[in-house]
Design a protein around this ligand. Structure first.
Ligand SMILES: [Zn+2]
Length: 230
């Protein structure tokens, strides 16, 4: 039987003899015997658990990556003209103080113009856009370009989707946009008559009804700065 010999210090030991019961090893100082690994014997202890966990993590990461690639492969990117409108909306967000969302959208989001297979089996959340969490894939629908009237309204849509990129649910995303619409410059005063404003207000009332229970405020809207006249 062969052994691996490892010298831990000093000069190499050319000849190694192994001890028998009741005898002393000769020339064995500074010498360790390392048995060869038998792959059929599972490694025990903490290192074995770490190795097994690492294997599971690696397999999981590979599966997620393959799923991510499949989402990209089954959808197409926006045209250059569409991409310019997306970028203009991100610029609005950054200019209005939503730097974190602008960074997410600019650097960690992949935009698509058609549904991937996952969007096909899941119900679309609205007519403007949809986000696949945690993949950072955002599908932008025609209403984003055609129904939204300007870059500010498109910025509002992206602000909502950016919350989904961060893992927020519908209630949280609608609440965040509604509470920050004055900061964005998308208010009843500036956009109150647009089809998009009317649509998003209705959807916000459905998804976050607790925002509309303040009887002392106009339209029962707790975020409204004007008070209702009595
Ligand atoms: Zn949403």
């Amino acid at each position: 039987m062969f052994y691996n010999i490892k010298h831990t210090a000093g000069t190499p030991v050319p000849v190694t003899q192994f001890s028998r019961p009741g005898t002393q090893a000769l020339n064995a100082v500074n010498t360790q015997i390392i048995l060869p690994e038998d792959p059929s014997v599972p490694r025990k202890g903490a290192m074995g658990i770490v190795a097994a966990t690492a294997n599971y993590v690696a397999a999981g990461a590979l599966a997620v990556f393959i799923l991510y690639l499949s989402l990209l492969a089954t959808s197409v990117p926006p045209t250059d003209a569409e991409r310019q409108k997306i970028d203009a909306a991100i610029d609005v967000l950054e200019a209005k103080g939503f730097e974190q969302e602008a960074f997410l959208l600019r650097h960690l989001t992949v935009f698509r113009k058609s549904d991937n297979w996952l969007n096909g089996v899941a119900e679309s959340e609205n007519a403007y856009a949809a986000t696949n969490f945690p993949f950072g894939i955002m599908t932008i629908y025609p209403d984003f370009y055609e129904k939204a009237t300007d870059d500010t309204e498109r910025a509002m849509v992206l602000l909502h989707e950016a919350r989904h990129i961060e893992g927020a649910d519908e209630r949280q995303a609608y609440t965040y946009v509604w509470q920050n619409r004055a900061k964005l410059g998308w208010t009843r005063l500036t956009h109150g008559t647009t089809p998009t404003y009317v649509t998003i207000e209705l959807q916000t009332r459905e998804n976050a009804p607790e925002l509309f229970r303040c009887s002392s405020k106009l339209w029962n809207d707790c975020t409204e700065r004007m008070r209702a006249s009595r």
